[in-house]
Design a protein around this ligand. Structure first.
Ligand SMILES: Nc1ncnc2c1ncn2[C@@H]1O[C@H](COP(=O)(O)OP(=O)(O)OP(=O)(O)O)[C@@H](O)[C@H]1O
Length: 286
């Protein structure tokens, strides 16, 4: 493991905001931390990055691990150009290879903007410069606190592709928080946290399988006959439709083929991370 936490806890007075978190992050993995507002994600990240002292518990990195951080609010100077910002930031580290800035500019697709002032860039372009800044010291692990919040869907996809590229081509370990649950679909490891606890952990597929069943909705051609053919208790009735919660698409296919003579219409809805998230954390707004 590159990183392990044991019983990581942060309390402000009697308010325990991170409550005994056990996290494991494997070298080279892509980890997403999900949770509703106020769940403790940013507090956790601040502790992992050394910006906040835990109340108790331990954080252990493999020896020599270098950390890069992309903060929610940029730390760059809006009046300086992309290159000027990177040059100034590079001076804050002991060893930045001489061609590192050019390399990052190219890698992050910033070549066309090098002389443009940071504050005049679009949201997605800014994010890419923020990421370049965090990579100056060639970190082993890159933390990003909600890197795609406020970006349009195309830009979110582009940032996500960029992060996956950094992971696979450059063996970077990535840990990020996000509110966009669909983004967690491609993470190797997902921690869902709420009230400072890990309430689910696995990859997106295992979390969906456990907490977000697939749904099959059938409009019967003949309600009585279909009802008497099916085992009672295997479905609910909603507005005359029969609703099944299933583990696999195969199970849906079987119901449909076995009963196609009595079915007028159907809809199949595969379980999503949104469904799993609501099942885990409830509907109420925090
Ligand atoms: N310095 C502080 N003093 C007191 N309470 C704090 C402090 N910092 C955070 N909290 C509380 O800790 C809880 C967790 O906050 P945190 O910012 O970690 O949540 P989050 O999961 O990142 O939420 P969001 O998705 O809204 O960013 C919140 O209830 C917040 O009010």
């Amino acid at each position: 493991m590159l990183l392990t936490t044991k019983k990581l806890t942060k309390a402000y007075g009697s308010h325990v905001v991170v409550n005994g978190l056990d996290l494991d992050v494997e070298r080279g993995s892509f980890t997403a931390i999900l949770g509703p507002n106020g769940a403790g994600k940013s507090t956790t990240m601040s502790m992992l990055t050394g910006n906040l002292r835990p109340s108790s518990g331990t954080i252990t990195y493999a020896s020599g691990t270098k950390i890069g951080i992309v903060f929610q609010a940029s730390v760059l100077d809006g009046n300086l150009s992309v290159r000027e910002n990177l040059v100034i930031r590079a001076k804050q580290y002991k060893h930045v290879e001489p061609d590192k800035i050019d390399q990052l500019i190219e890698q992050l697709g910033l070549t066309a903007f090098t002389t443009q002032r940071y504050q005049t860039l679009s949201g997605g372009q800014k994010r890419r410069v923020d990421i370049a800044r965090a990579l100056l010291n060639a970190p082993d692990i890159l933390y990003l606190d909600e890197p795609t919040t406020g970006l349009d869907i195309q830009t979110r996809h582009a940032i996500w592709a960029l992060l996956h590229n950094l992971q696979t081509q450059h063996q970077l370990t990535i840990v990020l928080t996000t509110h966009y649950l669909d983004e967690a679909d491609s993470a190797d490891s997902v921690f869902v946290i709420d009230h400072g606890h890990v309430i689910a952990h696995g990859n997106a597929a295992s979390i969906k399988a456990a907490y977000a069943p697939d749904q099959l909705r059938i409009t019967p051609a003949n309600t009585e006959q279909l009802s008497s053919r099916l085992r009672s208790g295997t479905f609910k009735v909603d507005n005359g439709d029969f609703i099944f919660e299933l583990r696999t698409a195969q199970a849906a296919l079987k119901i449909l083929t076995d009963n196609q003579d009595l079915i007028q219409n159907f809809q199949f809805h595969p379980g999503t991370m949104d469904d799993a998230f609501i099942a885990l954390t409830g509907e109420e707004v925090r």
